[in-house]
Design a protein around this ligand. Structure first.
Ligand code: ADP
Length: 225
């Protein structure tokens, strides 16, 4: 079953009288449980594509079906409700809430689901990403790599069926990067979570089942064993 189905997707950004077509007639499917990476030069539209796949933004034309629902036919509230159910997103710029501690940030998706064990579960997830001793720190009191790990714990808290990750190991040292990589791939193998990664790191991309190359708004897919 396809968890994600992208058909003839085009995205054009307009500013003033200039327009820039970042995605040009992009079509591909992702099956539930697959791992896939999106690679391409800087500015080639990878982040834009990931945001459209996750229903964070709308395309100019074409269709994005996430879990059988056409995102372009839904209101922003309806799209948010789908994301809050079981979609995880690791943003390149983390998007932590600055007024909440690390622990409280990870608790957000758990509280949205009214989980009674939200605090305990969030503490476990922070420990899993190696930040058990940072729970009372606010984002500004954490390094970039630590903020990235909080954002990863928050994405995991949603028990995602599909995890979108934008450069998930981009800000991390080698050792921490390897730890996070293992957590993400374990989630795919053990829980069957579909994985969609954007990365510059070709070694990381080679660990996913499929690689989509994006260049000049077009995609070129390369399967590998
Ligand atoms: P990548 O992730 O591959 O580096 P992006 O998707 O971030 O690429 O950006 C692709 C292109 O679209 C870039 O030229 C970028 O400047 C432009 N772009 C991205 N977001 C916007 C926006 N909100 N408004 C206008 N242009 C944008």
């Amino acid at each position: 079953m396809n968890i994600l189905s992208i058909k003839n997707l085009t995205k054009t950004y307009k500013s003033g009288n200039r327009s820039l077509t970042v995605l040009d007639d992009v079509t591909f499917d992702i099956e539930e449980g697959e791992s896939i990476s999106i690679v391409g030069p800087s500015g080639s539209g990878k982040t834009t594509l990931l945001g459209l796949c996750a229903g964070l933004d709308s395309g100019t034309s074409g269709s994005v079906q996430l879990d059988g629902k056409a995102m372009e036919n839904l209101s922003e509230d309806e799209r948010a409700a789908i994301r809050n159910q079981r979609v995880g997103f690791i943003f390149q710029n983390f998007q932590l809430l600055p007024t909440l501690t690390a622990l409280e940030n990870v608790m957000v998706p758990l509280e949205l689901k009214k989980r009674k064990d939200a605090r305990q579960k969030a503490q476990e997830l922070l420990a899993k990403v190696g930040l058990g001793d940072r729970s009372t720190h606010y984002p500004t009191q954490l390094s970039g790599g630590e903020q990235q790990r909080v954002s990863i714990a928050r994405a995991f808290a949603n028990e995602p069926r599909i995890l979108f990750a934008d450069e998930p190991t981009g800000n991390l040292d080698t050792e921490t990067g390897e730890m996070i990589e293992k957590l993400i791939f374990d989630l795919n193998k053990e829980e069957g979570t579909t994985l969609v990664l954007v990365t510059h790191d070709l070694d990381l991309a080679a660990k996913t089942q499929r690689i989509i190359h994006i260049k000049g708004g077009k995609i070129q897919e390369e399967a590998h064993a």
